[in-house]
Write a protein of this length. Sequence first.
Length: 215
Amino acid sequence: MLCIYQVPAQTYTGLGSWNIINLKYKATPKLSYFAEAQLRSLKFYDHFHYYEYKGGVNYQAYPNAIFSLGLGSYQTYKEGGNFETPKNNDEIRLWPMVTLRQNVGSINIEQRYRAEMRFTSNGYRNRFRYRLELAKPLGKEQHGFRPFRISFSNELFFTNNEPYFERNRMLLALAYKPNKNTTIHMGYLHQFDYRINDETGTDFLQIGYAVDLFK
């Protein structure tokens, strides 16, 4: 006899929310500091399960190369409600990063390499990330910049332990820059996870607000 059992499980196939606030202070032409906070939910502004806050420093060593160092707190709660306990993960993360930028015609290309040292509630982990972003400025140039920007990025997550591959994350976004200091963006983010227990969710509406300050 062949017996088939259907086991119910909590799945989140709808659209979640992904909210970002970013602040950057440019102290010199080469040196800048940043701070960022994120809040995420598995349903549309409901079932909030994740938040993070981080800060760090950027150094533009070459016109197309930026070296960064960041430190942050990353908190993931149990699924099923708003900030349900016990937590899935309580993490402090330190990460160096290299960002390379170049232009091909009117397309801006950005490559980002990040190594993460993760001090989690489940032990120490390493993770390595690579992101490729293609962006195109849109609209009539005013005050030295174009007001709109459309972009597509894909990011891969790896570890030094089996199964090595952890996640693939894709983002399609439209940004609006009303002035030199402010950028607002909205996009659709989709991610595929392979054997990850600490952070969940597949589809998100991402909204971001960034402010650049100058000395």
